[in-house]
Design a protein. Structure first.
Length: 402
């Protein structure tokens, strides 16, 4: 365990390893005696962390699916209620800070309901509730088997901030690498004080996972998110006293959510398009910058024999001076940032040997601006640029004579 000095919510906190004990599960607000019975009846845990994560994700998906079905049935049941008849709210079923009598309100309504069709619907809702609670207990059992560490969230903490502190301070990653890992993870859960925030970084695989469980908060992020989406937190009493207003507000909220989803989808599409355009522009700027740097720092030249240059009209036949360079293609470049030598071989120009090399147009002085080097062991000749600044971005002709 190690202290984390940087984040306000973690200044006095420690990272704890998840123990494989019944006591660890009891801390997560599940009755110890019932959990002991469930654990004795439960199937063996998966053998590897990968299998654990797969089963954990499957359990969470089942919870989400069952919760959605249950809320649809709650809406269906509440729509049949008339003025004065009790309705059911999702938060009444899953909020952990209610009394035992309040949590069992659904069972009482089932016993009092006379209509057989409504009794069947209520029984289905109760079955959904029990299924979800069983899946939640299974999820908690799986979470306890992972080799992960956790911290208890404090007021003002965010999932993103806690995950970043773990990667930098506990896992020892550089800020840039930590940010790359965080960018690929959904960290939108809103934390409640007492939630457990779990972390695991695999150094060999360079992989990172993080998730949130109920901990000491009394509610899981899933329950909070579901309740807030349906505008149930803080609206329970108002919904009971005025069923018609609640139905109107619920429909308006659904319309707002649908509209926000459309706006969100449009904005995400716009953002994707802008990001693609930005990447294309950055790529173009990079290519242009590279091309400009090459053009600015290179010497462009055309090397040919004196006879060929005369035949093409580039040189005068008598004085061997430049006559017309319009048809000359300066198709070879010497990047002076990397090299300052041009190697000439006689066979390339149809010569047995190279006796002289003239740099045109006139004005460049051999020995000061450039040098001609000959080798006793080779017939090749080298033109060495001495004053690189003088030749940057210039075009010259190398007239080779034999």
């Amino acid at each position: 365990m190690s202290s984390v000095p940087h984040h306000p919510g973690l200044q006095a906190a420690r990272y704890f390893l998840a123990p494989l004990t019944i006591l660890a599960a009891c801390v997560l607000a599940i009755g110890c005696s019932q959990l002991s019975e469930d654990r004795r009846a439960a199937a063996p845990l998966p053998a590897t962390p990968e299998e654990l994560l797969t089963e954990l994700r499957a359990s969470r998906d089942q919870i989400d699916e069952a919760t959605g079905r249950m809320m649809e049935r709650l809406d269906q049941f509440n729509a049949t209620r008339t003025a004065g008849q009790p309705t059911i709210l999702f938060s009444e079923i899953f909020t952990e800070d209610l009394s035992a009598e309040q949590r069992d309100i659904l069972n009482s309504m089932l016993a009092e309901e006379q209509d057989i069709s409504y009794r069947a619907l209520l029984q289905t809702i109760i079955n959904d509730r029990d299924l979800i609670r069983g899946l939640q207990e299974k999820t908690l059992r799986l979470e306890q088997a992972l080799p992960d560490k956790f911290v208890l969230a404090s007021a003002g903490d965010t999932h993103y901030g806690l995950a970043g502190d773990y990667l930098r301070d506990e896992a020892g990653l550089e800020a840039e690498r930590a940010n790359q890992l965080l960018a690929n993870i959904d960290l939108t859960d809103e934390l409640l004080p007492g939630n457990k925030v779990w972390f695991f970084y695999d150094l060999q695989q360079e992989s990172f996972r993080t998730y949130v469980t109920q901990g000491e908060a009394g509610r899981t992020p899933l329950a909070v998110r579901r309740a807030r989406q349906r505008q149930l937190i803080g609206e329970r009493d108002a919904a009971r006293s005025d069923a018609e207003n609640y139905a109107s507000e619920r429909d308006a909220a659904r319309a707002d959510v649908d509209n926000l989803r459309r706006v969100k989808s449009d904005l995400e599409s716009d953002i994707d398009g802008l990001q693609r355009t930005r990447r294309e522009l950055e790529s173009s700027v990079s290519r242009l910058s590279s091309d400009l740097a090459f053009q600015t720092n290179s010497l462009f030249y055309h090397a040919a024999s004196i006879a060929e240059l005369k035949d093409k009209g580039v040189l005068t036949r008598v004085l061997k001076q430049v006559d017309d360079m319009r048809d000359v293609q300066f198709d070879t470049a010497l990047d002076l940032r990397r090299d300052t030598t041009i190697t000439l071989r006689p066979e390339v120009f149809g010569l047995e040997s190279i006796k002289k090399v003239k740099l045109l147009p006139e004005g460049y002085e051999e020995g000061r601006d450039f040098a001609i080097e000959r080798s006793e062991s080779s017939s090749e000749v080298k033109v060495v640029i001495l004053e690189t600044d003088l030749f940057r971005g210039k075009e010259v002709i190398l007239a080779v004579g034999g």
